[in-house]
Design a binder for this molecule. Structure first.
Ligand SMILES: Nc1ncnc2c1ncn2[C@@H]1O[C@H](COP(=O)(O)OP(=O)(O)O)[C@@H](O)[C@H]1O
Ligand SMILES: NC(=O)OP(=O)(O)O
Length: 313
């Protein structure tokens, strides 16, 4: 029996159409891949997912409809709402696909809180893009409407609001997740990286931030003693010299070599770099492998080991 934590990339949930219907259709396709994977063997599965587009969009809806008697909710609370939103859709999709295959899968979505450090430097340096893209000619208008927002250019696709993204220190529900997964449940947990909370003394309070789901997946994989962390995105392999004629796909790579590539800035910040860092962190803490590959390759990865596999030194 293998215990696996899978992190789902943005393409698993959102295509070009942000409607609920289209996101549910995308998650049905995702669930198809995941149930193929579950069907292949003795697997205990924990699934995490992102929420960047959804949390930003929901926050905008909150702001647009707010009034004194119906105030907009803060970012941490809206993050919790997206765990419910995506967790609901994914649980429905997994149940439907499991039924189709007559797989006895028991799915549960767990609202998850991730503890962060209130002194994390990320609070002074917002870096996590959320919500919709704005074109350059819209930026001044958006800044006038939301003077407290910071906007950055996101990988040539337009401008987006950025919010703090502190690193996960621990996951409050990790023990509960571990015991449920040991009992045979498939858990959807730490969605959107988990709701960021700060603990001081006996007080627990939500904080306005969005945690990177790949870092939370790595922390969760470590805390539930996973045998493997699998980070699913849109590409089958991590590459060096990405998008250059000399591009080379990485297959099996030791941590030391991956760290060397990181120091050469081979991986784009905000996209592949955090995935590689999260994978390295899990491998170093657990001495177990981490995999970065595409969603549509997950079953064939299990059959033939195809994908980028990061191994202990
Ligand atoms: N060195 C690299 N090797 C492979 N892909 C890379 C590299 N650098 C950037 N990328 C891009 O990063 C993407 C993954 O980041 P992103 O789309 O932000 O993640 P997510 O799947 O979690 O939404 C890949 O699909 C690819 O387009
Ligand atoms: N929370 C998070 O990492 O979301 P995205 O993957 O959608 O950016």
């Amino acid at each position: 029996m293998k215990r696996i934590v899978v992190a789902l990339g943005g393409n698993a949930i959102l295509t070009d159409d942000p409607s609920a219907q289209a996101q549910q259709a995308a998650l049905l396709r995702t669930a198809n891949y995941l149930t193929d994977f579950i069907a292949q063997g003795d697997i205990q599965l924990v699934i995490t997912h992102g929420n960047g587009p959804q949390v930003g969009n929901l926050l905008l809806q909150e702001l647009a409809g707010s009034s004194e008697s119906n105030p907009a909710m803060p970012l941490d609370t809206v993050g919790a709402m997206t765990q419910g939103e995506i967790g609901l859709w994914l649980a429905n999709a997994l149940d439907m696909k499991a039924d189709e295959r007559q797989l006895p899968v028991k799915i549960m979505t767990m609202l998850t809180r991730t503890v962060v450090d209130e002194h994390d430097k990320a609070f002074q340096n917002p870096s996590k893009p959320i919500g919709v893209f704005y074109q350059e000619n819209e930026v001044n208008e958006v800044k006038k409407e939301h003077p407290d927002w910071q906007l950055v250019e996101d990988a040539g696709r337009g401008f987006r609001r950025v919010v703090p993204s502190p690193k996960p220190l621990s996951i409050m529900e990790a023990d509960a997740i571990k015991s449920l997964v040991e009992k045979g449940m498939t858990l959807i947990a730490a969605g959107g990286g988990g709701v960021p909370v700060i603990k001081s003394g006996e007080e627990i309070r939500g904080v306005e931030a969005v945690i990177d789901k790949d870092f939370s997946a790595a922390k969760l994989a470590e805390l539930v003693d996973a045998d493997q962390l699998i980070i699913l995105t849109a590409v089958k392999y991590v590459a060096i010299n990405y998008h250059k004629p000399s591009q080379r796909d990485l297959h099996q790579v030791k941590v030391a070599e991956m760290k060397q590539f990181l120091s050469e800035n081979q991986f784009a910040p905000g996209s592949m770099k955090p995935k590689v860092e999260a994978a390295i962190s899990f491998v170093e803490k657990s001495n177990k492998p981490a995999v970065i590959t595409s969603l549509d390759n997950i079953s064939s990865y299990l059959k033939n080991g195809d994908g980028t596999i990061i191994l202990p030194d």
